[in-house]
Write a protein that binds this ligand. Structure first.
Ligand code: GDP
Ligand code: IMO
Ligand code: MG
Length: 422
C-alpha cells in the first residue's frame, strides 16, 4: 500500500480541505504532515461551513483516523478552539484524532517573535499570518524546540521556561515592541492540559503499520507549492516543505511508499500576503474574482490578491511534486468573463521562457497570455460532466495538454456535492 498525497500547487487556499473531505471515504487514515495554524481549510456540507487549522480534514467522517504528523507545528490555543468547536457539534474528537509526539509546539513567545520580526521588516514584511510558524520552525531546526511528547515529561515546565528566556532576550532587541506574555500564558497552559487528554503516538510507526496492514492513507498538505521554503518565491514563503517530499519527512514515510500525488489548483490564481505574483490583476477583473470567489483569507480574513492561471508556475509545481493527477477548483468563479486569459510563458530579460527564473522577487516576469472564450453559464448547479459548456471543456483540455496530466476532479462550488469526479 502507498501513501497518497494531496497538496496545493499554487500559493495556498486552492481548496485542499474541501477535496480531502470529498475523497476521505477512500481512505482509513488522513494525516497532516506540515504547517500549522497558518492553514485554514474550509469544508462545506449540509449548509454549514467549517474551517480547520491544525486538524486534518477527514475529521467529519466517523470511521477515519486523523493524524497530526511530526512535521506539523501545534499551537495549543488554536488547537483548543478547534477541538471545542468540533466537540460542540458532536464530533468524537478523542476517537478520531491522534497526535505525533514529535510534532513541535508553538509557544506564545513564538507568536510575539513573529509579530516583532514582521513589524521590524516594515514594507518588506512577508505578510505572515502571525501564528508563530517561522519562529517555531526556527527553534525546531535550531534544536531548541519543544515537542508534544515533552508535555508529559517531569521537567516540561523547566524546558518551557528555558525556551521563553531565550525568546525574551531576542525580543529585547526589538526596542519598540511591547508585549505582555503573562496575559497569553494561561490559555496556552490550558491548551497543554487538553493536549494531555489526547492519544499521543509515535506516528512514524503508526503510519507504517497501517501501510503494512494494507490500509489506505491520505497525506493532506497545507499552504501551497509556491510557498515551499525551498521552492517557493523565497523569502516570501512559509517555513516548511509544502511539497510531496514534505510528506515523507513530515510523516516518516519512505519516498518509495508515495502513491498518487493529487495536485489541487484553482482555475485562476490567488495569493494572500506579500511576494511576487506575475499574473496578478489589480483591476475590475481581479475584483470580480475576489467577489465571486469570496477570496478572503480563511485564517486572517485578509483580501486575497487574484489573477489569471499561471501555467509556467503550475508546471514547476508539478515537476517538484511529481503530480500524478490534477484537481481543478472554483471553475464556477470564472463564469461571466467574455475572455479568459491563461499565462503560458513569461517575458524575462528579453526572452520568452516557460520556466521559473531563480529570483522572481526583484524582477517580476511579465506574463505572456493565450486568450480563450469564456462561458456565461452558471456552473454551480451542474451535476454531470455532459452538461459542461464547450468553453469549459476547451479550458480543461488546454490545461491537460500543457501539463500532460489528467484533471480528474472539477469543483464547481464550495459544497461537498458541487464536485464532478471524471
Ligand atoms: P484550502 O486552504 O486549500 O483548504 O482552501 P481554503 O479553504 O482556504 O479556500 C478555498 C475557499 O474556496 C473556501 O472558502 C472554500 O469553501 C471555497 N471553495 C472550494 N472549492 C470551491 C469551488 O469549486 N467553487 C467555489 N466558488 N468555492 C470553492
Ligand atoms: P492553507 O493551508 C495561503 C502565507 C502567508 C504569508 C506566508 C508566510 O490554508 O492553504 P506564515 O504564517 O506561514 O509565516 O506566512 O505564507 N500563508 C498562506 N497563504 N494559505 C495558507 O494556508 C497559508 N499559510 C501561510 O499569507 O504570505
Ligand atoms: Mg486556506
Amino acid at each position: 500500500m502507498a501513501v497518497d498525497v494531496l497538496l496545493g500547487l499554487q500559493w495556498g487556499d486552492e481548496g485542499k480541505g474541501k477535496i480531502v473531505d470529498v475523497i476521505a471515504p477512500r481512505y482509513k487514515v488522513i494525516a497532516r504532515f506540515q504547517g500549522g495554524p497558518n492553514a485554514g481549510h474550509t469544508l462545506e456540507f449540509d449548509g454549514i461551513k467549517h474551517v480547520l487549522h491544525t486538524i486534518p480534514s477527514g475529521v467529519f467522517h466517523d470511521d477515519k483516523i486523523n493524524i497530526i504528523g511530526n512535521g506539523v507545528v501545534i499551537d495549543p490555543v488554536v488547537f483548543t478552539k478547534e477541538i471545542k468547536g468540533l466537540h460542540n457539534i458532536g464530533v468524537d474528537v478523542h476517537a478520531r484524532i491522534v497526535i505525533s509526539r514529535k510534532a513541535h509546539l508553538i509557544v506564545p513567545s513564538h507568536r510575539l517573535l513573529d509579530q516583532a520580526s514582521e513589524a521590524a521588516k516594515g514594507k518588506d514584511k512577508i505578510g505572515s499570518t502571525l501564528k508563530g510558524i517561522g519562529p517555531a520552525y526556527m527553534d525546531k531546526t535550531g534544536r531548541n524546540g519543544l515537542r508534544i511528547g515533552d508535555i508529559n515529561l517531569p521537567d516540561f515546565k523547566k524546558k518551557y521556561e528555558a525556551l521563553v528566556a531565550k525568546h525574551k532576550s531576542i525580543l529585547a532587541q526589538y526596542h519598540d515592541f511591547k508585549y505582555d506574555l503573562a496575559d497569553l500564558e494561561p490559555d496556552w497552559f490550558e491548551g497543554i492540559e487538553l493536549l494531555r487528554t489526547f492519544k499521543l503516538i509515535n506516528s512514524e510507526y503508526v503510519v507504517n503499520n497501517y501501510l503494512d496492514s494494507r490500509q489506505h492513507i491520505l497525506a493532506e498538505g497545507a499552504q501551497g507549492s509556491l510557498l515551499d521554503i525551498d521552492f517557493g518565491s523565497y523569502p516570501f514563503v512559509t517555513s516548511s516543505n509544502t511539497t510531496t517530499a514534505g510528506a515523507c519527512t513530515g510523516l516518516g514515510v519512505a519516498p518509495s511508499k508515495i502513491g498518487e500525488v493529487y495536485g489541487v489548483f484553482k482555475a485562476y490564481c490567488t495569493r494572500v500576503g506579500s511576494g511576487p505574483f506575475p499574473t496578478e490583476l489589480e483591476d475590475a477583473d481581479g475584483q470580480q474574482m475576489r467577489d465571486v470567489g469570496r477570496e478572503y483569507g480563511s485564517t486572517t480574513g485578509r483580501p486575497r490578491r487574484c489573477g489569471w492561471l499561471d501555467l509556467p508556475a503550475l508546471k514547476y509545481a508539478n515537476m517538484v511534486n511529481g503530480t500524478t493527477q490534477l484537481i481543478m477548483m472554483k471553475a464556477d468563479v470564472l463564469s461571466g468573463f467574455d475572455t479568459i486569459k491563461i499565462c503560458t510563458g513569461y517575458k524575462f530579460r528579453g526572452e520568452v521562457i516557460d520556466h521559473m527564473p531563480y529570483d522572481i522577487c526583484t524582477e517580476i516576469p511579465e506574463p505572456v497570455y493565450t486568450e480563450m472564450k469564456g462561458w456565461k453559464v452558471d456552473l454551480t448547479q451542474i451535476t454531470l460532466e455532459a452538461d459542461f459548456p464547450q468553453e469549459l471543456r476547451d479550458y480543461i483540455k488546454f490545461i491537460e495538454d500543457k501539463m500532460r496530466l489528467p484533471i480528474t476532479i472539477v469543483s464547481l462550488g464550495p459544497d461537498r456535492k458541487q464536485t464532478i469526479v471524471r
